[in-house]
Design a protein around this ligand. Structure first.
Ligand SMILES: [Zn+2]
Length: 482
């Protein structure tokens, strides 16, 4: 069979923490495409910071990239160099949303020597690894861009990238760590993307991408590979029924996910109980493992789009605010300024939950989105007799981000081009590296992504592999297509 190599059209955008060890299992070569003086070549002097010895801005950026590349190089096995074409350039940035970075494979290949599945397209870096030879000699394998404008303060609440690489040094307020963003984006380029046009359901290759043998719709009981184009378009927004079929991923979910968080009301008695689901935020710290308990206080004004007028009532308490008018980050920032220890954002429409998206390095308290009904119910007990609650995980809760034992994929409605389907669900808790928005809790770990890579055929290398067999049988009954 002759090898088929095609250009890939998709780059995946990331809107909005990896230790380092033994000899490389693959060699990831960074091909710096920035012009002299800009991006990775910026000669602005810089002071070495948190594990990063670079003395210019460009050198520090490149050092972070090299760290992320070395980390993937240790985790994935390939005899063929993986060539990553990289640049820092201006990307979408501002109050309407900020793209941190984007990446995708430069080509896809199918029916190459050693291909595990026939008539199935693989990211070129993966295909090279499987073939044991460079299927596209002289060509780069992954294209990736990071938003250089972040360093000029283009995004609200973010003053710039953090170029530290030492995971023991906290990321300073106002900064966003570049390392996990590079690590995430390289994940897309190495194999973590569906390579399907979500507007019309067609593939970016003449053969179905390997992902379509694993993307499964619980409602229609079909894999994407068995669907028509129109069925794939519908399935891409069929949350929460779009799941991953693959034993490696599904039998390891319990290692990385905990039960679904909820609002657990302990008083007054007539409201007592666990209320879920809730939406965790893409910014600020995660809930502490033991949960966070406190007394509820209604913020004034309820929208919390300006400094609160009742800080004495909110200080030391969980603030209840309403969705609307300003961003989630702004609401939580005003509540934090008033001394709140956490924030509940009640929805302003009857169905669903507030999205709780956004990015900020200044938020140091956790926040959750709750339903409009729960918000109204809690307000009936404010200010008297008062509400005592815990934000945490009720005993026996199902693993957050799973359905019928299968890992859910990101399938919001409406679709998010370049993001939907090619990430784990944003409902995963604790957060995972390959969720659509990175949170501060991700710095230096790869979590469930490596298991997914094994599902699609990557040879991986990690100490935990030695622990295999000690985990439950796959809790998901769906097997991937051969
Ligand atoms: Zn992404």
């Amino acid at each position: 069979m002759s090898a088929e190599i095609r250009l890939a059209g998709l780059v995946l955008a990331l809107l909005a923490g990896l230790p380092v060890g033994a000899a490389a299992q693959s060699n990831i070569v960074i091909v710096n495409t920035n012009a002299a003086g800009v991006g990775f070549n910026d000669t602005t002097p810089a002071t070495p910071v948190a594990g990063n010895p670079g003395t210019t801005l460009g050198a520090q950026r490149l050092f972070v990239f090299q760290k992320a590349a070395e980390q993937w190089g240790r985790l994935l096995n390939s005899a063929v160099d993986i060539r990553v074409q990289a640049q820092m350039a201006a990307q979408t940035c501002g109050a309407g949303g900020t793209v941190l970075g984007s990446a995708g494979p430069i080509a896809l290949a199918s029916n190459f020597p050693g291909a595990p599945r026939i008539d199935t397209a693989y990211h070129i870096a993966h295909a090279n690894a499987l073939a044991g030879q460079d299927l596209a000699p002289g060509q780069n394998d992954i294209n990736t861009t990071f938003n250089v404008s972040l360093d000029s303060g283009c995004s609200p609440n973010i003053t710039g990238w953090w170029y530290g690489t030492d995971p023991t040094v906290p990321v300073p307020a106002g900064r966003l760590a570049l390392l996990p963003v590079v690590f995430h984006e390289l994940g897309h380029g190495l194999g973590f993307s569906a390579q399907t046009n979500l507007a019309n359901g067609s593939y970016f290759s003449s053969s179905p991408p390997v992902w379509t043998s694993h993307l499964y719709d619980l409602e229609t009981a079909k894999h994407w590979r068995s669907m028509s184009n129109a069925e794939r378009v519908a399935s891409a927004v069929n949350d929460p029924d779009l799941v991953w079929s693959g034993d490696e991923t599904n039998r390891h979910t319990s290692r990385f996910l905990s039960g679904e968080p909820a609002v657990i009301v302990t008083a007054p008695g007539n409201l007592a109980g666990a209320y879920g689901p809730v939406q965790t935020a893409s910014f600020g710290p995660p809930l502490p493992a033991q949960g966070l308990s406190g007394t509820l206080a209604a913020a004034e004004p309820a929208l919390a789009c300006a400094p609160l007028t009742n800080p004495a009532a909110v200080a030391g308490r969980v603030a209840l605010v309403d969705r609307g008018t300003c961003t989630f980050v702004e609401k939580v920032a005003f509540a934090q300024q008033a001394g709140a220890i956490a924030v509940l954002v009640a929805n302003n429409e009857p169905s669903g939950l507030p999205g709780m998206g956004g990015a900020s390095g200044d938020i140091v308290i956790p926040s959750l989105g709750i339903s409009q009904a729960l918000g109204a119910s809690l307000r009936t007990a404010l200010p008297a007799p008062g509400v005592e609650l815990t934000l945490g995980i009720p005993p026996g809760a199902p693993l957050a981000g799973t359905r019928q034992g299968c890992m859910r994929m990101f399938a919001p409605n409406p679709v998010q081009q370049g993001s939907s389907v090619s990430h784990f669900t944003s409902d995963a808790f604790p957060n995972l590296l390959m969720e659509p928005a990175l949170t501060g809790s991700i710095f230096d770990r790869v979590d469930l992504t490596l298991e997914l890579f094994r599902d699609i055929g990557w040879s991986t290398n990690r100490d935990e592999i030695l622990l295999y067999g000690s985990f439950d049988p796959a809790p998901c009954a769906i097997s991937p297509l051969p």
